[in-house]
Design a protein around this ligand. Structure first.
Ligand SMILES: Nc1ncnc2c1ncn2[C@@H]1O[C@H](COP(=O)(O)OP(=O)(O)OP(=O)(O)O)[C@@H](O)[C@H]1O
Ligand SMILES: [Mg+2]
Length: 224
């Protein structure tokens, strides 16, 4: 399988009073259709790595390529396009617009990618069906349960058919059964071709992984 994302020798530090080496010489690759679990404790550097891969921040050194593009070389409108089209995000909080319906939360972002409204609505209905929320499509986001909101957020990310899905503890707020449902949906996304990097401290998730990469004090290592 071709590589969707390749991280080479990436380092990143923060300086807020005291120096923190959040990432140190990180190497990592995620193939298309591969689900890689990034397993590590709080403060290990998981979110930092995801934010660099997703183009939200820049490394001090090293290179990151996503879909063959050097992320550091992207600026302005190109970087916006990359964040909007190539990357899908799933976070700990669902991050929906509360007054919009489930369906609107999914289809409106698609129009930012240039889809016409009719197509976007059709696509949004299809992904909401896939996450089991067809009957909630016209409910406002604030009326949905936490787990339902997470499924809508995931539907929103998957509707774009991103090359790479970056999942940052997307199940942390959920009961274990709902967390499994969400993780299964992410597994299905990988099975249909999306590369997934899934950051978590929860070993239970590794059951769904093709590969587990551990991270500790900003350093990665392969593990089972
Ligand atoms: N913007 C920032 N400014 C200063 N330090 C930061 C910043 N972001 C992260 N850090 C530090 O970098 C280290 C790695 O943080 P990061 O958020 O990547 O960890 P994490 O593995 O995602 O942890 P968690 O599981 O708690 O989300 C931590 O020591 C953190 O305090
Ligand atoms: Mg984090």
């Amino acid at each position: 399988m071709p590589e969707a994302a390749v991280v080479q020798q990436v380092s990143k530090h923060f300086n807020t009073g005291r120096r923190v080496d959040a990432l140190v010489g990180v190497d990592l690759a995620v193939d298309e259709a591969e689900l890689v679990v990034l397993l590590g404790r709080s403060g290990a550097g998981k979110s930092t790595l995801l934010s660099l891969i997703g183009g939200l921040d820049q490394p001090d050194s090293g290179t990151i390529r996503v879909g063959g593009q050097d992320v550091a070389s992207l600026h302005g409108a190109e970087l916006d396009r990359f964040r909007q089209r190539t990357i899908g995000w799933a976070f700990q909080s669902a991050g929906l617009l509360p007054l919009l319906t489930a369906l609107e939360n999914v289809w409106l972002p698609l129009t930012l990618m240039g889809r016409n409204e009719g197509e976007a609505i059709t696509e949004a209905r299809a992904v909401l069906r896939a996450v089991g929320l067809e009957e909630r499509a016209d409910h406002r986001a604030y009326e949905l349960s936490g787990g339902e909101q997470h499924r809508v957020a995931l539907a929103r990310a998957l509707a774009k058919a991103p090359l790479l899905l970056l999942a940052d503890e997307p199940t942390a707020q959920l009961d274990s059964e709902t967390a499994r449902d969400i993780t299964r949906l992410i597994r299905l996304a990988a099975d249909s071709g999306t590369a997934v990097l899934f950051a978590t401290h929860d070993r239970a998730v590794t059951e769904f992984a093709d590969r587990v990469v551990t991270i500790e004090d900003g350093r990665v290592g392969a593990s089972g």
